[in-house]
Write a protein that binds this ligand. Structure first.
Ligand code: HEM
Length: 704
């Protein structure tokens, strides 16, 4: 056997990171070793084992820095002076502050309890130093710059350095450096080599992995502690019984009769705690609701390991002839599909088409006339759907918008919420709508041939066709129909929010005036460009949108199935059970938003920023399926509100109308929410001569 290095001299220092050579610590090296770029996250190793491994990695780093000694069963403190590293120093401080002698295993287990923070912190550091990129939804990948740099440069090798170095060490004959021996020991403790090696190499190397893992005293003691704590953990953790919600109690809640799902879930959270069971009158099975800030944080951090959306979506996928869909996928294939949708959901793509969008809004608003009475829900849905069809599909679907919405609502109620029996999808009316939707689908395909798209700005359909052409098996024709429905769902959510937003704006004249002044400043010298639509220029309207989505979130909850049993806040959710993520119950909690029922756009001002508290703002969901377009949605809705305020004065009819919510299938205003146009400013230059038109007496139900 060839010996390469047996000395620890010079080998204890942290591995230089890429680019600016930041000292990469063992937890960061473990993360890079485990990063699976296809799924955008770490390899799916057992959660508790990973927690122990990260804890062990911090302890090992502290040992290498001569702050503690882990050579014996009992851990001893050698030097309490901080290392100057924010990943290690809090742990060192905790050890120094504890007067009792404790074993290494004790500390592994104790620190493992905070491993989520260690993981998050290490990921953020890797991102700050340009090694990893973060994408919305909790996805991590090697940074674009690092990937572009390729082999032979520091940044390009960051991840492969760790993985290649460790794999080569295992497959070779040399004795590893101590740091690598620690990494091998730790990685083996969470059984990571099953993923990192080819199956035949894994089998052939088992003995050597165990041997190398035991070479270094730190990895030996930490690995033993990891094993001991894992065993203890797997013996069983006592969990609490999940309380059942009493139907009687629920029926007595005002929020139920108001149709305010978020408030109802907040009421139940206060009565029953963060996990409770509801039995729907429409189903024989109980569904488990998880609610509160910590439950939302849990979904963000751990949801991917335990929850699946397949069962919620598959009925709808089947009815549209699809084998799978973006909201129904999980894991690596889901991450890949999200990437395909990313560009079309980006603010930069919308900015490229800003002029088209402003024109589209004007065309729609031009049909609103003084004296008209608008059914808010229909008018704003048509407004937003028009923009979506023009910008994402490069077509005008105004004649079909109603059909698409009716069909989508019926699918949601029948298959996702399971409220209606399946034959409701096959009524003659639904069959006729379906035929019309198929016609839309053919229109989309026919309008996106290469010849038709020459010199046209790229849209979502172009992105989807490219994905299909590059990998027809991954994304077959059969799946495209479902994907095309998604933007209409998004348009409906935006329409709902703009409808509620209009109501709130009009019923708070001071806010209306502020939004109008903002709009006047923006449009004073013609249409604003992207550079004019800076945060501060649209601040009031934007905060109005945030507050609207807090009080009336279009999507109050998400549905999932438990695929791996899990413990949420001390309650065990059984495999195969249905889970309701009550993501927006937090919007009605006093501890997040003082006087939660009060409309107050100043909550979002610097100094208050109540929505930034962890897990406190759930309008766009949590976890891997979190909305792909929150920024673009907020931006687009804000611009719509600004333009409405710019051109119109409106009033709520009757002025004392208390808003009523329709909670099915998602939260929308009832048709009884009506707005009357009091005055209108000229929308197109040719109207200018007409000047501002005053209130008229004509009352026309534009849409009803
Ligand atoms: C008021 C506007 C919107 C709201 C309230 C909203 C809300 C949400 C929520 C709560 C989810 C998560 C669903 C789940 O976890 O099951 C979601 C998913 C999604 N949203 Fe939005 N959304 C809005 C607008 C948009 C817009 C404008 C786009 C694109 C341009 C968009 C694209 C998506 C996509 C593609 C998904 C599926 C992501 C996945 O399954 O991985 N949304 N949205």
């Amino acid at each position: 056997m060839a010996f390469r290095c047996t000395s620890r001299v010079g080998q204890n220092a942290p591995t230089p990171g890429p680019g600016r050579r930041f000292p990469m610590r063992l937890p960061e090296e473990i993360i890079l070793l485990l990063l699976n770029e296809e799924s955008g996250y770490l390899e799916q190793v057992a959660g508790w084992n990973l927690s122990c491994v990260l804890a062990g990695a911090v302890l090992a780093d502290l040992d290498l820095e001569s702050r503690i000694d882990t050579a014996q069963e009992m851990l001893s403190l050698d030097d309490a002076s901080p290392v100057g590293d924010d990943l290690l120093d809090p742990v060192l401080a905790a050890i120094a502050a504890d007067p009792e002698p404790r074993s290494v295993s004790y500390w592994v287990e104790k620190i493992a309890g905070t491993s989520d923070e260690i993981l998050e912190h290490a990921l953020m550091r890797l991102s700050r130093h340009g090694v990893l990129d973060y994408t919305n939804g909790g996805f991590w990948s090697l940074s674009r710059n690092a990937a572009k740099a390729g082999n032979g440069t520091e940044s390009g090798e960051s991840r492969s350095i760790v993985r290649r170095r460790i794999v080569e060490t295992i497959l070779g004959d040399d004795i590893p450096y101590p740091r690598d021996a620690i990494i091998i020991g730790l990685a083996d403790a969470c059984d990571a080599f099953r993923f990192l090696l080819q199956p035949e190499d894994y089998e052939a190397s088992r003995e050597r992995i165990e041997l190398l893992g035991m070479l270094d005293r730190i990895s030996r003691s930490v690995a033993a502690a990891v094993a001991a704590t894992s065993v203890n953990r797997s013996i069983g953790v006592a969990t609490k019984p999940i309380p059942n919600v009493s139907l009687w109690k629920m029926l007595r809640k005002d929020s139920l009769w108001q149709g305010n799902t978020s408030k109802l879930l907040a009421d139940l959270y206060r009565d029953y705690g963060p996990v409770f069971a509801i039995k729907s009158p429409f189903s024989s099975k109980r569904a488990f609701v998880i609610a509160g800030n910590d439950a939302n944080i849990w979904v963000n951090r751990n949801g991917r390991m335990h929850l699946r959306s397949k069962e919620t979506m598959e009925g709808m996928e089947n009815v549209l002839g699809a084998s799978r869909s973006l909201p129904g996928m999980d894991g690596a294939e889901h991450f890949r599909m999200r990437k395909a949708f990313q560009m079309a959901s980006s603010r930069s793509r919308l900015n490229e088409r800003l002029g088209d969008m402003l024109q589209e809004i004007r065309l729609a608003l031009d049909s609103w006339n003084v004296g008209d009475v608008l059914v808010a829900k229909d008018a704003t849905r048509t407004l937003m759907s028009g923009q979506v069809s023009r910008l994402l599909f490069s077509m005008d679907f105004s004649d079909y918008v109603d059909d698409i919405h009716k069909y989508k609502n019926r699918m949601l109620i029948t298959y996702a919420q399971k409220i209606l029996p399946k034959f409701f999808m096959r009524t003659p009316r639904m069959k006729a709508i379906r035929r019309r939707i198929d016609r839309v689908y053919s229109m989309i395909r026919n309008s996106h041939t290469p010849a038709q798209r020459e010199n046209q700005p790229r849209d979502l359909i172009d992105d989807l066709i490219s994905l299909h052409d590059s990998d027809p098996q991954y994304f077959p024709d059969t799946d495209t129909r479902f994907m095309m429905i998604i933007p209409f769902v998004a348009a409906m959510y935006m329409g709902t929010a703009v409808g509620f937003g209009l109501y709130l704006m009009v019923s708070h004249p001071d806010i209306f005036q502020r939004v109008r002044r903002e709009a006047e400043a923006l449009f004073a010298n013609g249409d604003p460009g992207p550079e004019d639509l800076k945060e501060e220029a649209i601040d009031t309207a934007h905060r109005l949108i945030l507050e609207t989505l807090r009080i009336y979130p279009s999507v109050p909850l998400q549905l999932r199935t438990v695929m791996n049993s899990c413990i949420v806040e001390g309650y065990e959710l059984p495999i195969d059970s249905r889970v309701v993520i009550a993501s927006t119950a937090v919007h009605y909690l006093e501890e997040n938003y003082p006087e939660p029922e009060k409309f107050d756009i100043d909550r979002y001002l610097p100094g208050r920023e109540e929505h930034k508290k962890h897990g406190a703002y759930g309008a766009f969901g949590f976890g891997t399926h979190t909305c792909l377009g929150p920024r673009v949605a907020e931006y687009q809705m804000t611009i719509n509100l600004l333009m409405i305020a710019h051109y119109f004065e409106l009033e709520v009819l009757p002025s004392s109308y208390p808003v009523k919510i329709n909670p099915f299938p998602t939260c929308t205003p009832r048709k009884s929410l009506k707005l009357r146009i009091k005055s209108k400013r000229p929308i197109f230059p040719s109207d200018r001569a007409a000047g501002d038109r005053e209130t008229g007496d004509r009352e026309v139900a534009l849409t009803s």
